[in-house]
Write a protein that binds this ligand. Sequence first.
Ligand SMILES: Cc1cc2nc3c(=O)[nH]c(=O)nc-3n(C[C@H](O)[C@H](O)[C@H](O)COP(=O)(O)O)c2cc1C
Length: 243
Amino acid sequence: MIKKRKMIIIVAVVISLILFAIYLAWPRASESGPSTVEKASGIIELPAPKTEGKMSVEGAIQKRRSIRKYTDEPITLEDISQLLWAAQGITDPEKGYRAAPSAGRTYPLEIYLVVGKGGVKGLLEGVYHYDPSAHALKKILEGDIRSDLAKAAHGQPWVAEAPVNIVITADYNRTTNKYGDLGARFVHMEVGHAGENIYLEATARGLATVSLGSFYEDQVKELLKIPDNENVLYIFPVGHSAS
Ligand SMILES: Cc1cc2nc3c(=O)[nH]c(=O)nc-3n(C[C@H](O)[C@H](O)[C@H](O)COP(=O)(O)O)c2cc1C
């Protein structure tokens, strides 16, 4: 009888130890390891965007500044969700209208996210493509390419130092097919709208960014494996201000 009780205690202790070991090994959302939200397909669903914030649009316009010094503090998936939504998110799901205006609703812009090691809580370093209709990211490349991206941006150090860089490209054909030569002007106006939205959203969330138009386009395209039919127009390093 005593032997049987001893056996039960030993089995209970062994099971408890196994469960404790599983608990310790389980990945946590707060660690910057593999994303707990990443599916096998490499799709990361972003948190639903919020349409209320702590700062008014007037406050963000007043406070907006180009900031080029960032701390090591990672940003969150909520930050990514808000920034990408502000740039190109769908704000009218029924009609497909987006946060930034688009000539003839041709929507020529594509958004890529370059994530540094430990740059975003719960997201591995790599290159991701934003899908506005799913409000999700799709991983397209693994690894931290920020140093190479900084070299491609004429050595601007803030590209390598920011936890993430948002890269905006455009497929001009979507707009020139409808408007001819005028379409190229429209694309440039449109990327300005998306860029200002990124600036204002970053400011409203207490984040820092700067718009970069100076880079070797062919090098950025090669690094991010951007499709041939797209041109790189803008890069936005984003992080927490160190100034
Ligand atoms: C089209 C465009 C391209 C720019 N390119 C760069 C760039 O490559 N590197 C950089 O550090 N700042 C760049 N800037 C940011 C400007 O230097 C900045 O807006 C200017 O100094 C005014 O400061 P503010 O944005 O704080 O008002 C660019 C701005 C624009 C509008």
